[in-house]
Design a protein around this ligand. Structure first.
Ligand SMILES: [Zn+2]
Length: 372
């Protein structure tokens, strides 16, 4: 095929992807809406949506409300196309999510299921997921794929979990997990999955650092619609930056890692929501723990911001529950920051529940959209 023909096909595919993505994200839209938003001519837009309708990906849903003149046809993504499942595996729990092509969560559930290395565990997870999907009225034939978020270094080239200190697993092939599931599986590191959920649904595909503060601490760099992976797929592994030389022992075996000072476990062994409730009520012990916690966290956030010069999003259990208490971190970072700027670059994750499971499912949706 000659070069020109090739380029034309690429442009056509890119336009088709963009139109489909726009319809998925915006619910009910018309050809003129799409044409205006994506700066495509109306005939081109109409041609693309006609093709998407013929392929059963998009449906006509009556007419849009009149804005004067002829009413435009209302278009929406067909429900028959399917949904994506997301699964977040952690040391003691699994979270499951069912996500529509629009990005909306249909169902979410988190259950206690301690990790064990072996087939029995994955078999049980697969059963739980199947039950979860069935009870949502969604058969496996309606699932585009399963996004799996895993707390470890994911080598996407060799397709293995290179290392997960927290689960005690290394060189685990993705295929030894995916074979237990009835649909194609797509793997992501947990902090990457959280960052993906944060970034892909934002209006502007800006660059930011996502710091996941759960029972372990992780991080990810999101940039321009993509996750930066790094040479060894460890980009953003902030949990094991040295915060205190020769400090507390970290679960990774080294001393003084950020994780040893800023995991959710440093605040409470119980539910993080309850910790913040105690803090709100002015409980002294909680206030003391928070004071210490934020002092360490401020060092890490200031360092990350100094290197990358971008927003820092606080996610994980702590980030999503801290609410108004984010001001304590902003104040402490402000004191450390060499440059005179306010600390509004520090913000809390927009997702209050299941960010990693959601991000893993959104990754499946995005991969599907790219193929349309
Ligand atoms: Zn460590």
């Amino acid at each position: 095929m000659d070069k020109k023909k090739n380029t034309n096909m690429e442009v056509k595919k890119r336009n088709r992807n963009e139109v489909f993505r726009y319809i998925c994200r915006n619910g009910m839209v018309s050809n003129p809406d799409i044409s205006y938003a994506l700066k495509l001519s109306l005939p081109t837009t109409t041609q693309i949506t006609k093709e998407l309708i013929e392929r059963g990906l998009v449906e006509e849903m009556g007419e849009m409300e009149s804005t004067g003149g002829r009413r435009a046809k209302a278009l929406a993504v067909s429900e028959d196309v399917g949904k994506a499942a997301g699964l977040d595996i952690t040391k003691n729990h699994i979270s499951m999510v069912l996500t529509e092509l629009t990005g909306k969560i249909s169902k979410y559930e988190r259950i206690f299921l301690p990790f064990t290395a072996g087939d029995d565990y994955y078999l049980e997870v697969s059963r739980k997921l199947e039950y979860f999907l069935e009870s949502s009225g969604c058969g496996k034939e309606n699932i585009l794929g399963i996004g799996i978020s895993f707390p470890g270094i994911m080598d996407l080239e060799q397709e293995i979990v290179a290392d997960s200190h927290i689960l005690g697993v290394s060189a685990l092939p993705f295929s030894s997990v995916s074979r237990f599931f009835p649909c194609p599986c797509y793997f992501l590191n947990d902090a990457n999955a959280g960052a993906y959920a944060e970034g892909i649904q934002s209006e502007h595909m800006e660059r930011f650092f996502y710091l996941s503060l759960s029972n372990t601490v992780g991080g990810a760099v999101y940039s321009d619609g993509k996750l930066e992976q790094g040479k060894n797929f460890r980009c953003g592994e902030a949990g094991h930056m040295t915060l205190v030389p020769d400090g507390k022992i970290c679960y990774c075996g080294k001393q003084g890692c950020l994780d040893a000072y800023c995991s959710a476990k440093c605040l409470t062994e119980g539910r993080v929501e309850e910790f913040f409730e105690r803090l709100k009520q002015g409980e002294e012990e909680a206030a003391g723990l928070w004071e210490k916690y934020t002092s360490y966290l401020a060092v890490a956030v200031n360092n990350i911001h100094m290197i990358l010069d971008c927003d820092v999003v606080l996610g994980g259990y702590v980030g999503s529950c801290m609410g108004e208490f984010i001001r304590d971190i902003r104040d402490k970072v402000f004191q450390r920051n060499t440059f005179a700027e306010d600390s509004s670059f520090i913000r809390a994750s927009r997702h209050k529940i299941g960010a990693a499971a959601l991000g893993a499912s959104l990754n499946v949706i995005e991969l599907f959209m790219e193929q349309v």
